[in-house]
Design a protein around this ligand. Structure first.
Ligand SMILES: [Zn+2]
Length: 88
């Protein structure tokens, strides 16, 4: 029996299996949804829109990634994360 790795959601701070979370990574090209590349410093958020909003609005995602996120980046990321959340 293998234990699934768990990560904390930056939106609600609860732990969950990685498969239930969307990974967002800070890359040289900017902050992006990570589609399995494992690039850069990463943070995880639930597919739940409430967690996505919380992660972005309170700056939790930016803090976790140790970067700053401008309003337009937050809007773009929200779309990207929500699309990624629906894709699976
Ligand atoms: Zn959450």
């Amino acid at each position: 029996m293998t234990r699934e790795p768990e990560r904390s959601c930056v939106g609600c701070r609860e732990r969950a299996p990685k498969a239930e979370l969307v990974r967002v990574a800070r890359t040289p090209a900017g902050v992006r949804v990570d589609h399995g590349n494992g690039l850069g410093r990463g943070a995880y958020v639930h597919r739940d829109p409430a967690c996505v909003v919380a992660a972005l609005r309170q700056g939790a995602l930016a803090n976790a990634l140790r970067t700053g996120l401008a309003q337009e980046e937050l809007a773009r990321l929200r779309k990207e994360i929500e699309e990624a959340a629906q894709a699976i």
